[in-house]
Design a protein around this ligand. Structure first.
Ligand code: AMP
Length: 414
C-alpha cells in the first residue's frame, strides 16, 4: 500500500462553520472574459456540499503570476495591468454556476478580508482576491499563512493541481487551523491516482508519451514498483529507448544522456515482470523536405535524415490491442507531435482505444494537458473514468513523490 487516504469535508463537522476552501480557479481570462471555466465547474460539488451543511464558505485561489509579471513589466518599462489578475470575474461566473450570489473581497488577508469573513452568514459564499498578490503565498511565509488560517475554523484543500507546491495556502495554513481536510475534487484525484493504482484490477496497462524522458523516468520506476503488467511507450521519449537498444532513429528527438538510464529501467522492468512495449513503426518526415515527405516507416530508420513525429499505424494497432485487454489503464503524454496534423493520428488512435476499453468495463485514468486535449479532439473526453485535473502534480504523485498539499491533510484512521 503506497497511499493513505485523507479525510474529506464529509468526515468532519462543518455545519455552520467558517471553512476556507483552497480551490484552483487559475482559469484563462482574456480581455476580462473567461475562456474556459472547467476549473470553476470542477469546484462546484465541494461548494454545494458545504452550502448544504450551512457552512460559511470562503474560497481562495491563485490566478497566474502577478508579481512576476509586474516585475517583468517594470523591467521592460511597460505598464502593468493588475486587474488582469483579479478573481472578480470568476466570482460572477461561479455565481451563475451555483445559482446564487458570490461575495467578493478585494484582498485575501488584512482588515477587509477579516471583516468580510467574520460577517459571513451560514450558507453564503465569499471569494477572496488572488493569493499571489502577496509574496508570502509562494514563499510559504508563516505570518501570511497564519493570517489565512485566522479567517476560518476548518481548512479544505480542493486544489489538487497546486498540491505539489508547498505554498502558504496549500501547506503553511494547515499549521494554523485545527482541522485540514480534502475537498471532493481532491478526494476524487486521490481515490483514482492513489487508491485505484495501488490496487489495480489486472491486467494493468500504462501508456506514457510526450517528449521528455527525464520527467517520466520516476513515473516509470514507480509503475514498475506497482508491478504494472504492460507499459506502452510512445512519443519522442520512445526514441531514447529505441536508440539505447541499438536502433537508428534518424534525426528524431533523443535525450542521449538518458540512454543508460533507459536500459537500467528496462532491466528493472524485466525483473519485476513488467513488459515494456515500444513502437515498431513511425510517421516520419524528411528533415530536408518536411512538407512532401510524410510516410510510415518501420522501426529502423535507414535514411538518417528522417524525423519521427508520431507512432505509425501498425503501432496504433498493436498498442490498441493491449489497451483493449486491460482492466486498469493509466495514460499520460501524447504519442507524437499531436498539435500538428496529421501527427495527431497516433494519439487520437490511442484515445479511441482507451475509450473503447472503458466502455467494455476497464477503469481508465488519464492525466496531462496534452492527453486530455487529445481525448477531447477524439470526442471521447466524457467516456474516461477519471480525467485528472493536475499537470505537474499528477506526474509527481504518480512518481510516488509526496505532495506537500496532500501530506498536510488529516489521514483516515483505519
Ligand atoms: P511532455 O511535455 O514531455 O509531455 O511532451 C509533450 C510534447 O511532446 C508535445 O508538445 C508534443 O508535440 C511533443 N512530442 C511528442 N512526440 C514527439 C515527437 N515524436 N517529436 C517531437 N515532439 C514530440
Amino acid at each position: 500500500m503506497f497511499f493513505k487516504m485523507k479525510k474529506t469535508l464529509r468526515d468532519v463537522d462543518i455545519r455552520g462553520k467558517r471553512i476556507l476552501v483552497r480551490v484552483d480557479f487559475n482559469v484563462p481570462i482574456k480581455n476580462g472574459e473567461i475562456k474556459d471555466d472547467t476549473r470553476i465547474r470542477a469546484a462546484v460539488p465541494t461548494i454545494e456540499y458545504a452550502l448544504q451543511q450551512d457552512a460559511k464558505v470562503i474560497l481562495a485561489s491563485h490566478l497566474g503570476r502577478p508579481l512576476k509579471e509586474q516585475k517583468k513589466a517594470a523591467e521592460a518599462g511597460r505598464e502593468f495591468n493588475q486587474s488582469a489578475f483579479s478573481l472578480r470575474t470568476v466570482a460572477a461566473r461561479l455565481g451563475e454556476l451555483i445559482g446564487r450570489n458570490v461575495e467578493f473581497v478585494s484582498d485575501c488577508v488584512g482588515d477587509s478580508a477579516q471583516s468580510a469573513c467574520s460577517n459571513l452568514a451560514g450558507g453564503t459564499v465569499l471569494l477572496l482576491e488572488n493569493l499571489r498578490f502577496h509574496e508570502g503565498e509562494e514563499k510559504n511565509d508563516a505570518a501570511f499563512a497564519r493570517e489565512l488560517g485566522a479567517l476560518c475554523e476548518v481548512f479544505v484543500n480542493d486544489a489538487f493541481g497546486a498540491a505539489h507546491r508547498a505554498h502558504a495556502s496549500t501547506e503553511g495554513i494547515t499549521h494554523f487551523v485545527s482541522q485540514s481536510v480534502a475537498g471532493l475534487l481532491m478526494a476524487k484525484e486521490l481515490e483514482f491516482l492513489g487508491r485505484t493504482l495501488d490496487n489495480p484490477l489486472r491486467p494493468f496497462v500504462a501508456i506514457l508519451g510526450g517528449a521528455k524522458v527525464s520527467d517520466k523516468i520516476p513515473v516509470i520506476e514507480s509503475l514498475i514498483k506497482r508491478k504494472v503488467d504492460k507499459l506502452l511507450i510512445g512519443g519522442a521519449m520512445a526514441y531514447t529507448f529505441l536508440k539505447a537498444n541499438g536502433y537508428t532513429v534518424g534525426k528524431s528527438l533523443v535525450e542521449d544522456e538518458l540512454m543508460p538510464k533507459a536500459l537500467e529501467t528496462e532491466e528493472a522492468a524485466r525483473l519485476a515482470g513488467t513488459e515494456i512495449i515500444l513502437p515498431s513503426d513511425h510517421q516520419v518526415v524528411d528533415s530536408y523536405d518536411p512538407l512532401n515527405s510524410r510516410k510510415t516507416i518501420p522501426v529502423d530508420f535507414t535514411n538518417t535524415g528522417l524525423v519521427g513525429l508520431d507512432i505509425g499505424t501498425e503501432t496504433v494497432e498493436r498498442f490498441s490491442a493491449v489497451i483493449k485487454g486491460a482492466k486498469t489503464i493509466l495514460w499520460n503524454g501524447p504519442m507524437g507531435m499531436f498539435e500538428e496534423e496529421p501527427f495527431d493520428q497516433g494519439t487520437i488512435g490511442i484515445a479511441l482505444a482507451v475509450a473503447e476499453a472503458t466502455r467494455n468495463g476497464a477503469i481508465s485514468i488519464v492525466g496531462g494537458g496534452d492527453s486530455v486535449a487529445a481525448l477531447n479532439k477524439a470526442g471521447v473526453g466524457k467516456e474516461i473514468t477519471h480525467v485528472s485535473t493536475g499537470g505537474g502534480a499528477t506526474l509527481e504523485f504518480l512518481a510516488g513523490t509526496p505532495l506537500p498539499g496532500v501530506e498536510a491533510l488529516e489521514e483516515i484512521q483505519t
